[in-house]
Design a protein around this ligand. Structure first.
Ligand code: LLP
Length: 451
């Protein structure tokens, strides 16, 4: 099911991602002619001209609106939104979310340091997940005073106990249970089955909770679960929560105090078409998650990542060359798989749109031409593509394209492969723009190396 498919069609085209990215008539252009993609009040060509490409551009109001939809959908349930830092960990994005009241889900000492740098006080609303926490990372999190550790194995429980005892600090613990629920998503990002490395089998959980409860510096406080990412059907979330609800009841009858249920993240976005009604979509998700838990009086910890920032960002790129090899037509752009790896890694679809659209009522009367192309980057791998056999509006060398829905797992997964400096990142709020990360230089890349 695509998000919000049962509600009325959006007034926006599939080429837009309101409220962040919408086409508007260019000031200089004639009426009904050129349409220019804007981020809030700023035309993207202006930003490209000033800051260069490839360039990540994020919209503050889109992030706020998406977070607002979560807050609204869960308003009748005690909850905290612990934004999943891995989706987009830029300090300014974290600070924006912290100021909106978010806590955070971190999976490394590095992510914890980002949260502390963005907003020190957010530590007490931070959860620490991940299958391979080192003792150094655990110690840092204990010192920072985080809310809860989502423990993923018996051995990790032992390590946490050891670190907490050394510091004489109580560690609040939830076990991440693996509910054995299948979700329809890419196999690399499904996590809720027994064959996956994540969590402890739900039927082993009671024994481990007993072990945790016996440890002097551990305090059993919750249950956590995360079944995977980019899941657009609410049903598997409900299924997982039904199993968690049974576990909470069993644990309480064993005498444990269970205050928190961490539902994980995973709510997907609509990469293909514009969302119809994000609020309704999140309401449906909230209903599925909360329904099994409604009588348990627990506080929910929600860990959305992609759903908050995904459609709030685009990757802006310039067409370097057009090229035709026999029947195959290529647009070679200046962004590459190192900047956005999702198509290469997961075969992910990202909508690609021309930043300037020539309107069909153009003065010369020509209608817009479409063509079948592969959009590829300069990296030396055939996997370096953004789209294959995609029908796009015809563009020229030097034109700008926007790769949509790149706000989540875009820059966060970027690398320096082919010694390509990573792009700059901008955060737009109405008419103002802030460089929230400068473009890397080759000198910086070489800086840690020795000849
Ligand atoms: N909580 C935990 C424990 C997680 O492992 C994840 C994502 C999240 C929350 C946030 O999930 P979200 O709401 O963003 O779906 N690189 C992949 C996605 C990897 C997701 C990993 N875990 C992609 O680009 O699709």
């Amino acid at each position: 099911m695509s998000p919000g498919s049962e509600v009325a069609k959006s007034p926006y085209t599939d080429f837009e991602r309101p409220p962040g990215f919408v086409y508007r008539a260019a000031k200089s252009a004639q009426r009904d002619s050129d349409n220019v993609l804007h981020c809030e009040d700023l035309p993207l060509p202006k930003l490209a001209e000033r800051y260069g490409t490839p360039l990540y551009v994020y919209s503050t109001s889109a992030i706020r609106a998406r977070l607002g939809a979560f807050e609204k959908a869960f308003r009748n349930f005690r909850h905290a939104i612990c934004y999943s830092v891995k989706a987009n960990s830029n300090l300014s994005i974290l600070r924006l979310l912290a100021r909106e009241g978010c806590g955070f889900d971190v999976v490394s000492g590095g992510e914890l340091e980002r949260v502390l740098a963005a907003e020190r006080r957010a530590a007490k609303k931070t959860v620490f997940s991940g299958v391979g926490k080192t003792r150094e990372e655990i110690t840092a999190a204990l010192k920072a005073g985080i809310l809860i550790f989502n423990v993923e194995s018996e051995s990790e429980l032992g390590a946490l106990e050891e670190c907490a005892a050394r510091l004489r600090k109580m560690a609040r613990v939830a076990l991440r249970v693996n509910p054995d629920v299948a979700a329809d998503t890419h196999p690399y990002i499904a996590t809720g089955l027994h064959k996956h490395k994540f969590g402890v089998p739900i039927d082993r959980a009671c024994t481990l909770y007993a072990k945790a409860a016996a440890a002097k510096y551990l305090k059993v406080a919750g249950v956590s679960v995360h079944i995977g990412s980019q899941i657009t059907d609410p049903a598997p979330f409900g299924e997982a929560m039904a199993r968690v609800a049974d576990l909470v009841k069993a644990l309480r009858s064993d005498g444990h105090t269970i205050d928190y249920v961490d539902t994980g993240g995973g709510l997907g976005i609509s990469y293909q078409e514009a969302e119809n009604d994000f609020e309704t979509y999140v309401e449906n998700y909230a209903r599925a998650v909360t329904q099994p838990l409604r009588d348990l009086n627990v506080q929910l910890l929600l860990e959305p990542g992609r759903a908050i920032v995904g459609p709030a960002g685009v990757l802006l790129t310039s067409v370097l060359y057009r090229k035709q090899n026999d029947s195959k037509r290529f647009l070679i752009v200046d962004a590459a798989m190192n900047d956005l790896i999702r198509p290469a890694l997961y075969g992910a679809y990202h909508k690609i749109v021309p930043v300037v659209q020539l309107g069909s009522r153009k003065t010369d009367g020509n209608s817009v031409k479409r063509e079948m192309v592969d959009v590829v980057g300069p990296v030396c791998e055939s996997g370096d593509f953004f789209a294959r056999d995609r029908e796009l509006t015809e563009v020229k060398e030097g034109d700008l394209l926007a790769i949509l829905d790149a706000g989540a797992y875009g820059m966060a997964l970027a690398s320096n492969y082919n010694t390509r400096p990573r792009p700059a990142e901008l955060l737009v709020s109405r008419k103002s723009v802030k460089v929230i990360r400068r473009r890397e230089s080759v000198q910086q890349l070489l800086g840690n190396e020795r000849v």
